[in-house]
Ligand binder design. Sequence first.
Ligand code: SF4
Length: 460
Amino acid sequence: MLESVSNRPMEKIDQLRAHGLFDAKVPRYTSYPPANHFEDCVGQRMQSDWLQTVADGSDISVYIHIPFCKRLCWFCACRTQGTKTMRPVEAYVEVLRREIASVRALLPANVRMARLHLGGGTPTILEPHTMRALLGDVFDAFELGTDFEFSVEIDPTEASPELLQTLIDFGLNRASLGVQDFAPEVQKAIGRPQSLEQTRSVIAYLRKGGVKALNLDLLYGLPHQTMQSFRETLDHVISMEPDRLAIYGYAHVPWMSKRQVMIKDADLPDSDTRFALAGAAKEVLNAKGFKSIGIDHFAKSTDKLAIAQREGRVRRNFQGYTDDQCETLIGLGASSISRFKQGYLQNAVATSAYQDRIDHTQIAGHKGYAMTEQDVLTARIVEDLLCRFAFEMADLYEAFPTQKDTIRAISVMLMRSFPDAFFLRDQGLGMMEWAKPLVRIVASRVDQFSSKETGHSAAI
Ligand code: SF4
């Protein structure tokens, strides 16, 4: 059964099992170090210093977090809160607008915004006039970089035509729609009804408005998901002609995300089935011409991410994978994380604490991580592994000339720990095709915090 659905010989599945794929709990490595290792000693003073030392004239990315939803889907572990009225949302956006002004004042005069991404929560919960005010402030604050991309996470069940039109009027050029799964039984078990018609109608509106790039997100490993139901969902999303798909493994962590207690353990597919579902998605999408990107993304060969992959420019970020090359990411809003060359900085997580900080000190950083040279090297190797399943010694020696011994020690350790999973390239190490699902486990061996890890999600 597994052999036929995943197209992997059984002995390779046994090798993956022997390396812990079906039991391990490891970080997703959307950052290194993962955010659970951020420290209280990195706060607003460093945030202020780091903002002021961003290179003048450089391109930056901006992320804005809207932590509100009208419904709270049971599977979701995002930082968000339910609201029945718009009053707290309006109040939050007012604070956000003040944060934009104070952060902009600290940044050098000539930085340009190359990316703007609105995520959540549900950014499309905003009333059109509120969205106009917010976007007006952002676009007034920054000159645009070349090849500017404006993307928004859109909940098809919470996106009025007026709101979509507002986004289009401001130049939306990439939309990211959450789907998860179209099977009614699965949707019922995760508390997220969403019809095919709603999804198609939002896509049609966006396409008609000139939004060319479309991302769709699915989850495998959901309750009651079967191979047949998942293949039907895949057929539906392929018929919607996305440019990019993210197919994440559902992370069942009810001790971290209380909503997930609504999902019964007994209804979840086991690890072998999760693996088979992920394998089926890859097979179906590759056969339809989508290129695999990293561990969980797929892109048409014309999409910017597939082009970046061909040119070796794919990066790992909090949204998964990106072609964004900006060194600086400015996170705005409650719980948002900024990335600077010096390290990471996260805003206060609860909306009340975030608003309190903006009221009193104009910026909202509350913890983060200052990178050492060793951390920068580890982060680079983790990113190379997650994006390319390989790293080149010569490139690392050039970037980290004082750490050649450490680089050699890491590669020897990996070859000894995973002797069957790696092969020697001209000037580095690459992972065998069958071993790629192990990459998060491999990265956890390089990770200097991994012995302190708890509470992460399944490796498959
Ligand atoms: S999936 Fe989207 S709409 Fe549902 S709770 Fe999470 S952020 Fe809100």
